[in-house]
Write a protein that binds this ligand. Structure first.
Ligand code: ZN
Length: 271
């Protein structure tokens, strides 16, 4: 197998992973794998600490309670944000933070929240937005706010439960806010072909490659749209070393590797 990249050869950025504990273990793995930076997202649960199905079920039940409102969402969000900020402040030269923003607030409330919690804390973007199908329009105040705050990138989970119509709605929002980089998570899931077509035609729409369910899909995406795909791991749901191995094998070309593994994300962050 041809080794296209390794430590020091090119800038490698994991474009999507969640806070995992302990932080040191993640940094050590990044060091070992030659990964320079990780774009880090918050999490309300820590499934990485689970070793059995029962433990995973308990963690997911906790998430279910938060999502259904049985447990305070505000409290969970505040705790997750503090944990994210602590991680980014502990490793400022390794982590780039993207912060979550509640949806369903008015424009004024959204602006205030973003100014205080995202801009005020030096976070570089917003997400991961996980929406119910049919509710993409609720992101409109977030897009408007982003434009007002220097076009902060917006990262949206686009696997289940989103359908093609939802992804089309995201694309439409992106087209209406052309200065805002919009990252569609997980290649658009089962609708990857239609998503590729949308990303091709809308300049500010990008594709995150984490949680791909087929290496064939991944291969086609990075060869079809090398200037729009972003390497991502989705730790703890994905494994950094295995994800790198897949890209090593599938990129096939150094120019593609450079773009997908780091340059595209750098371009988004350094606008
Ligand atoms: Zn996701």
């Amino acid at each position: 197998m041809k080794r296209l990249f390794g430590k020091g050869i090119l800038m490698i950025i994991d474009g999507h992973s969640h806070v995992t504990l302990p932080l040191e273990q993640h940094i050590e793995e990044m060091d070992r794998c030659g990964v320079d930076r990780t774009v880090l997202f918050s999490t309300s649960i820590h499934p990485e600490t689970a070793t059995t199905v029962e433990e995973i079920r308990n963690e997911m039940a906790e998430l279910g309670k938060i999502l259904s409102g049985q447990k305070s969402q505000t409290e969970a969000r505040t705790r997750a944000l503090q944990e994210l900020l602590q991680a980014v402040r502990s490793y400022p030269d390794r982590y780039i933070g993207f912060g979550n923003v509640p949806i369903g607030m008015t424009q004024e409330e959204t602006d205030r929240y973003i100014e205080k919690n995202i801009v005020g804390n030096g976070l570089a973007g917003m997400g991961e937005f996980t929406l119910a199908s049919g509710s993409v329009a609720k992101l409109t105040p977030i897009f408007r706010s982003s434009t007002g705050f220097g076009s902060l990138p917006i990262w949206i989970h686009a696997f289940h439960p989103l359908h093609l119509k939802d992804i089309q709605d995201i694309a439409e929002l992106a087209a209406r806010h052309p200065s805002v980089p919009v990252i569609i998570g997980h290649l658009g899931g089962f609708f990857w072909m239609e998503t590729l077509d949308l990303v091709k035609t809308i300049p500010n729409l990008y594709l995150d490659t984490s949680a791909y369910y087929s290496t064939l899909v991944l291969k086609i995406a990075i060869h079809e749209l090398p200037e729009k795909c972003l390497f991502g791991v989705d730790r703890p749901y994905g494994d950094l070393e295995l994800a790198l191995e897949a890209f090593r094998k599938l990129c096939g070309d150094e120019a593609i590797a450079r773009a997908v593994m780091g340059e595209n994300m750098l371009g988004i962050l350094n606008r």
